[in-house]
Design a protein around this ligand. Structure first.
Ligand SMILES: C[S@@+](CC[C@H](N)C(=O)[O-])C[C@H]1O[C@@H](n2cnc3c(N)ncnc32)[C@H](O)[C@@H]1O
Length: 262
């Protein structure tokens, strides 16, 4: 078990993870989170549903990675606060099909890290890393190899993380994953899509912006472009109009070369 380092928690302004927690009708949030959550739900009544759908889709995504693709180790990027029990954790889902599965949780929010220490890190097979994924530094092989076997396939959860990164940061993270992951790895990506509700999406971005949080709902076309380099193996989009969901695969026949992409 690796307890993560925990920095002071700021409660006087909203945090992405706690606003999401409020939108999930959970209790791990403070007045500024609830105020922003309420404003978001009023501005775009479909938004809380997409947040809930994204969280509710996690078990199926983990099952796909572990059971269908046979991947034995998962890294959850921007893991967020755990939902109230009996909602499953990523590890509990992975372990239900593969008792030896390993899971690493990554986030940069100290509140999330505090919960990771008490809830998510539940056995020797689970770890949590506090890292800012804008720079990709948290994924440097030197740090990750303490927890995972980088020679073996890794299942990456990248669910509702990219809207909080700029295009350059998101493209950098995706390209790092493409270059560093072993053949047979796969990335589950979920992103708010603005096509069906452009005005609501713009209001969301404005409200988050007023709270000091940069949120980027992207169109399907923008997301296709962001993921263009993966090309092979993209799975169908989610049925929900405001959600873009794909699983991007690292081909099993790819040869790893220094700095080489797919
Ligand atoms: C909306 S939540 C998604 C939580 C979970 N993945 C889910 O699908 O329910 C986004 C999470 O990403 C984290 N996050 C945002 N920007 C980040 C960054 N630059 N580095 C690390 N984590 C980040 C937030 O702290 C938050 O916990």
């Amino acid at each position: 078990m690796t307890p993560p380092r925990v920095n002071p928690i700021v409660t006087t302004r909203p945090s992405i993870a706690r606003v999401q927690n409020w939108l999930l009708r959970d209790t791990e949030n403070y007045a500024p989170d609830r105020r922003l959550g309420l404003a978001l739900a009023e501005a775009a009544p479909w938004y809380p549903g997409t947040v809930r759908d994204t969280r509710a889709g996690m078990p199926a995504a983990v099952m796909h990675l572990v059971s269908t693709l046979g991947i034995r180790q998962i890294i959850d990027l921007g893991c967020g606060l755990p939902s109230r029990a009996p909602a499953p954790t990523v590890y509990s889902v992975a372990r239900s099909v593969l008792p030896t599965a390993r899971v690493v949780y990554v986030d940069h929010d100290p509140h999330v890290m505090a919960h990771a220490a008490t809830v998510l890190v539940e056995s020797d097979a689970t770890s949590a890393i506090s890292a800012d994924l804008r720079t990709g530094l948290g994924l440097c092989p030197g740090m990750l190899c303490r927890y995972l076997d980088l020679e073996q396939p890794i299942g990456v959860l990248c669910r509702d993380l990219l809207p909080w990164l700029t295009d350059t940061e998101a493209a950098g993270l995706l390209s790092l994953l493409r270059e560093q992951l072993s053949p047979g790895s796969a990335v589950s990506i979920v992103h708010v899509a603005s096509d069906a509700a452009p005005r609501g999406a713009q209001l969301l971005a404005e409200l988050y912006g007023q709270a000091g949080i940069e949120f980027r709902p992207r169109t399907f076309a923008q997301l296709d472009r962001l993921l263009d380099a993966w090309r092979i193996g993209l799975r169908e989009r989610a049925a929900t109009p405001c959600v873009y969901e794909v699983v991007a695969h690292i081909p099993t026949n790819r040869t790893l070369t220094a700095g080489g992409g797919s």
